[in-house]
Design a protein around this ligand. Structure first.
Ligand SMILES: N[C@@H](CCC(=O)N[C@@H](CS)C(=O)NCC(=O)O)C(=O)O
Length: 203
């Protein structure tokens, strides 16, 4: 069975949510999130830089949440949660999936890293700069979404799973209110039964 190494409220939610949307059985292994454990030889054997999530499926071990989402959809989706490669929406699916982690979440993550690295010397200018960058990304998302239901329009996809967790990171660490278009999108994501089951799986 698929095993997802996870810690509450982290990016492992993407892999769990994808399994829930696809009804793929999985088990969650909650890890000790202390730096001591994450950087121990035991954990570094499965996660080369000591981060979660990690996904194991038979002989496959992966440590990058977006790759897990696409892998699960490609392997187990039977056409669900993604457009085919010849569909004009396929580039959009890839673009916003990557944007969610590589550009949007990375700005919010810098806030977490700065606070963790310099707990006694938190620099408000650094925090504000990364909040500004994350909010610039949020505005780009808002302009793209406009009146769309999901990133691909009427069709929910893995790109929305990627973005949904990016939005939870923004809410927790940038901690600015969402504008209405984003709030409505976030509410639609949060109301999905598979998302509700995902949250239960980590409690
Ligand atoms: N791009 C990676 C980021 C992984 C990542 O930063 N995970 C966080 C939890 S969400 C973590 O383990 N942080 C511990 C650390 O940075 O040392 C992914 O999407 O899987």
């Amino acid at each position: 069975m698929i095993k997802i190494y996870h810690f509450p409220n982290t990016r492992g939610l993407r892999a769990i949510w994808t399994c829930e949307e696809l009804n793929v059985p999985y088990q969650v292994e909650m890890i000790d999130f202390s730096p001591e454990y994450r950087l121990s030889p035991e954990f570094l054997r499965i996660s080369p830089i000591g981060k979660v999530p990690v996904l194991q499926d038979d002989s496959i071990t992966m440590a990058e949440s977006g790759a897990m989402v696409h892998y699960l959809i490609d392997k187990y989706g039977n056409g669900k949660l993604r457009p085919e490669t010849d569909n004009p929406k396929y580039p959009t699916y890839l673009e916003w999936s990557w944007f969610a982690e590589a550009t949007f979440t990375s700005s919010a993550s810098e806030i977490i890293r700065h606070k963790r690295a310099f707990p006694d010397d938190i620099n408000a200018e650094v925090i504000n700069e990364f909040k500004r960058r994350a909010t610039f990304c949020l505005n780009a998302l808002m302009n793209f979404l406009a009146d769309k239901k999901w990133l691909l329009g009427e069709r929910f996809s893995g790109a929305d799973i990627m973005m949904g967790i990016a939005l939870t990171t923004y809410a927790r660490h940038v901690a600015e209110p969402f504008p209405p278009i984003i709030q409505n999108y976030f509410d639609r994501l949060s109301d999905r039964p598979a998302f509700l089951r995902t949250k239960q799986a980590e409690s």
